[in-house]
Design a protein around this ligand. Structure first.
Ligand SMILES: O=P(O)(O)OC[C@H]1O[C@H](OP(=O)(O)OP(=O)(O)O)[C@H](O)[C@@H]1O
Ligand SMILES: Nc1ncnc2[nH]cnc12
Length: 184
């Protein structure tokens, strides 16, 4: 068992995710992680599991995806003794950036990473909160590759099982593992 496949951890995390119907628009069942973040035990356990996985996979940087991905990835990077790299929505990062546009369950957006975010040979773990359609993570994986880093894994807190994000990600993973702690 890896740090991200512990059934007790999955149960704890799942119990702290709140369903909000019709947010941010009708027909969407929004998965709210605010109760999880507010619970020191659950947030701490998640942070330790992510950090452990980063070390097991040999990552040299943890990448977080704006905005909720930052909240999970940054403390995990610190706990693992690694640096953090942000992938941000368009227009938020100074200097030269790589860009990718993508579709969301409830809209569309463009993500960017700084061209000098990684040193040669860096190994990256990508962390986010939700895998829904897969558009956000697919765009992010392409950005990591374009910026010259090696992807060693993707860990997502929750996977919306009724969408097909996992299939969409396969060509973007280049063989790296995709792990989700909770399938909802
Ligand atoms: O698999 P997908 O269909 O791409 O959806 C998943 C993404 O959607 C949410 O981000 P959102 O852009 O809503 O922003 P936030 O984190 O800034 O709230 C979530 O945090 C994931 O990053
Ligand atoms: N249903 C959902 N709940 C929370 N975050 C999301 N991001 C994309 N779809 C989502």
């Amino acid at each position: 068992m890896t740090s991200t496949t512990d059934p007790a951890l999955t149960e704890l995390l799942n119990s702290r995710i709140r369903d909000v119907q019709d947010y941010p628009k009708p027909g969407v069942l929004f998965k709210d992680i605010a109760p999880l973040l507010a619970d020191a035990e659950a947030f701490g356990a998640l942070t330790r599991a992510l950090a452990e996985r980063a070390k097991e996979l040999g990552a040299t940087k943890v990448v977080g995806l704006e905005a909720r991905g930052f909240v999970l990835a940054a403390p995990a990077a610190v706990a693992a003794g690694l640096g953090f790299v942000p992938i941000r929505k368009k227009g938020k990062l100074p200097g030269d950036v790589f860009s990718r546009s993508y579709d969301l369950e409830y809209g569309s957006a463009t993500l960017e990473v700084q061209c000098d975010a990684f040193e040669p040979g860096e190994k990256v773990l990508v962390v986010d909160d939700v895998l829904a359609t897969g558009g956000t993570i697919a765009a992010s994986l392409d950005l990591v590759q374009e910026a010259g880093a090696e992807l060693v894994g993707v860990v997502v807190l929750m996977e919306l099982g009724f969408l097909t994000g996992r299939e969409k990600l396969v060509p973007h993973l280049h063989g790296a593992p995709l792990e989700t702690l909770v399938v909802v």
